[in-house]
Design a protein around this ligand. Structure first.
Ligand SMILES: [Mg+2]
Length: 234
C-alpha cells in the first residue's frame, strides 16, 4: 500500500553539478575582489557551516571576510545573485525520467517529501522549480538548522507530512551518512546509484534509476517488508 517517500535532492533527483559550482564561485571571487581559487576552497571548507546557516549574501560576506576582504553591498549582491541563478538552473535540470518517475509515484498514491542538505540559495530557488510542485513537503537543512544524518531533519520532514519517520521510505545516493541516518529513525532505506554509485556506504536495496523505484516499492506490502534497513559497511 502506498505511503510516504522522503527523497534526497542532489545526486538523487538530479546531478550535483559540482564543476559548475566551482566555476560560479570562482567568478564570484572576481566580483568581490578575492583570489577565485581561494574562494572556491573557502566554499568547500565551509560546507558544514553553510548547510545550517547564512543567506547567500551572508555567505559571500563571511567567506570574503575570512580571506581578508570586505566587499561592498553591491558586490555581495551581484556575487550572491550568481549563486541563486545556478541554484535555479540546477533545480530545473532534473532529467525528464526523474519527473516521470515522481509523477508515477504520485499517481499511484505515494506522498512525497524532500529532505535536503542544502544551502540558502537552493531553498530560495525551490518554490520556482518544476520539482517543487511534485512534493507535498520539503525540508532544507539551511532552514531547519539541522542537517542529515541528524535525526531532527528526517523527523521534521515526516512531521510535515503527518507521519512518523518509521512509516517512511528514504531514497538517497548516500552522501553525508544520510542512509544510516534515515535507518536510525526507523525509515526503510533505498539507495540510488543513478548519478553516483556509493556502494561502499550502504549494503541495502539499490535502484539504478528512479524509474525502478515503483517496482521495488511494489514489492513492499506495508511500507517496510523487504526494505528493512541494510547494514552499513562504512
Ligand atoms: Mg545526495
Amino acid at each position: 500500500m502506498p505511503g510516504t517517500i522522503l527523497f534526497d535532492l542532489f545526486h538523487t533527483l538530479l546531478d550535483g553539478a559540482d564543476a559548475q559550482r566551482d566555476r560560479v564561485v570562482a567568478r564570484m571571487g572576481e566580483i568581490v575582489g578575492v583570489d577565485p581559487s581561494a574562494l572556491v576552497r573557502a566554499y568547500h571548507d565551509s560546507w558544514p557551516e553553510r548547510l545550517v546557516r547564512w543567506s547567500a549574501e551572508e555567505t559571500v560576506r563571511v567567506l570574503a571576510g575570512r580571506l581578508g576582504v570586505a566587499p561592498s553591498a553591491k558586490q555581495v549582491a551581484r556575487a550572491a545573485a550568481l549563486r541563486l541563478e545556478l541554484a535555479s538552473w540546477l533545480l530545473n535540470s532534473a532529467p525528464s525520467s526523474t519527473l516521470v518517475a515522481l509523477d508515477g509515484l504520485r499517481a499511484a498514491g505515494w506522498r512525497l517529501g524532500l529532505v535536503s542538505n542544502a544551502t540558502a540559495e537552493v531553498a530560495e530557488a525551490w518554490p520556482g522549480s518544476g520539482l517543487s510542485r511534485r512534493f507535498d513537503a520539503a525540508v532544507f537543512s539551511c532552514e531547519a538548522g539541522v542537517a542529515k544524518p541528524e535525526p531532527g531533519i528526517y523527523r521534521a520532514a515526516a512531521a510535515a507530512l503527518g507521519v512518523a519517520p518509521s512509516g517512511c521510505v528514504f531514497v538517497g545516493d548516500g552522501a553525508d551518512g544520510e542512509l544510516a541516518g534515515a535507518a536510525a529513525v526507523g525509515a526503510a532505506v533505498v539507495r540510488t546509484a543513478e548519478f553516483v554509485d556509493r556502494s561502499r556506504v550502504w549494503a541495502g536495496p539499490v535502484v539504478g534509476s528512479l524509474a525502478e523505484l515503483s517496482q521495488l516499492l511494489g514489492e513492499v506490502p506495508a511500507g517496510r517488508g523487504v526494505l528493512q534497513p541494510g547494514a552499513s559497511t562504512a
